[in-house]
Design a protein around this ligand. Structure first.
Ligand code: NAP
Length: 232
C-alpha cells in the first residue's frame, strides 16, 4: 500500500515540529513546511532520523507560495492525504476588544484564518485524490464560543472563525470522504505558549496526529482536545 502523504505548515518549531516528528514515527511521509528555504533545510536536518521527511518553503499568507507548494506536491507525490493547518501567530494578550489595533488583528486573521482557508482551497484537488483525506485545523480553546470575553480578541476571533471554517468545509467535503476537524492542543511550551505551559510539544501534538489518522468512519466537523470532543 502506498504510504500516506502529510503536509504540516509551520513545522520548523513548536507544535508543528512535534506533529511532523510524530507522523514520521507512524510511518507517514511528511512534507514539513517552513517559511524560508533556510528554515526548511534546518527542519529537514532535525527530522531526518525519524522517517521519510521532505521539506518545502511555504509562507502561508502568500497565494503564489501556496500555489508553488501545490505544484511541488503534485509533481512529487500526485496526491495529498493529510493537511495540517498548524502555522499560527499572535496571542494578543496586550489587546482588549475595546482598544485592539485592527490592522494587527487583520494580520492575525491572515495567518490564522485566511491562510488555512486558502490552503484548503488550493490543496483540495490533491486531497480529493486520496482515499482517506484528512484536514486538521489547529485551533485553540480561545476560539470557543464561551471564550469570547473581550480578551486576546484578534487571536480568539481568528480561531473562532477557523472553527466555523472547519464546520463549513466538513459539510462541503462530506461526499468526498474528507474528514475536517479542529483541534485544541492545550497550553503548550512553545515560543507562543511560553516556558510556563504545562504541556510538552509532543503532548500538544497528540490529538492533532490522532485526528490526522482517523478511520474513514471517523468524525468530521468536530472540535477536539485530548482526543475528546469539546464545544465549539
Ligand atoms: N502553544 C500553545 O499553548 C497553543 C495553544 C493553543 C493553540 N496553539 C496553536 O498551535 C499552533 C502552533 O503553535 P505553537 O505554539 O507551536 O507556535 P510557535 O512556536 O509560535 O510556532 C508557530 C509556527 O507557525 C509558523 N508561522 C507563523 N506564521 C507563518 C506564516 N505566515 N507562514 C508560514 N509559517 C508561519 C512559524 O514559523 P516561523 O518560525 O517562520 O515564525 C512557526 O513554525 C498555532 O496555530 C497556535 O495558535 C498553540
Amino acid at each position: 500500500m502506498q504510504k500516506k502523504i502529510a503536509l504540516v505548515t509551520g513545522a520548523n518549531r513548536g507544535i508543528g515540529f512535534a506533529v511532523a516528528k510524530g507522523l514520521l514515527q507512524k510511518g507517514i511521509t511528511v512534507i514539513a513546511s517552513a517559511r524560508t528555504d533556510e528554515k526548511a533545510k534546518v527542519t529537514k536536518e532535525n527530522l531526518s532520523s525519524y522517517g521519510d521527511i521532505h521539506v518545502y518553503p511555504l509562507e502561508v499568507t502568500q497565494l503564489p507560495s501556496i500555489q508553488k507548494a501545490v505544484q511541488y506536491v503534485h509533481n512529487n507525490f500526485g496526491q495529498l492525504d493529510i493537511l495540517i493547518n498548524n502555522a499560527g501567530v499572535n496571542y494578543d494578550t496586550w489587546h482588549h476588544v475595546q482598544n485592539a489595533d485592527l490592522e494587527e488583528v487583520r494580520q492575525t486573521f491572515e495567518t490564522n484564518t485566511f491562510a488555512p482557508w486558502q490552503l484548503i482551497q488550493n490543496f483540495l484537488p490533491l486531497l480529493k485524490k486520496s482515499k482517506a483525506g484528512r484536514i486538521v485545523n489547529v485551533s485553540s480553546g480561545s476560539g470557543a464560543f464561551s471564550s469570547q470575553n473581550g480578551q486576546t480578541p484578534g487571536y480568539s476571533l481568528s480561531k473562532y472563525a477557523l472553527n466555523g471554517l472547519t464546520l463549513q468545509f466538513a459539510q462541503a467535503l462530506q461526499r468526498d470522504g474528507i474528514l475536517v476537524n479542529a483541534v485544541c492542543p492545550g497550553w503548550v511550551r512553545t515560543d507562543m505558549g511560553g516556558s510556563g505551559a504545562p504541556r510538552s510539544p509532543e503532548q500538544g501534538a497528540d490529538t492533532i496526529i490522532w485526528a490526522a489518522l482517523l478511520e474513514n468512519s471517523g468524525p468530521s466537523g468536530k472540535f477536539f482536545r485530548d482526543r475528546k470532543e469539546v464545544s465549539f
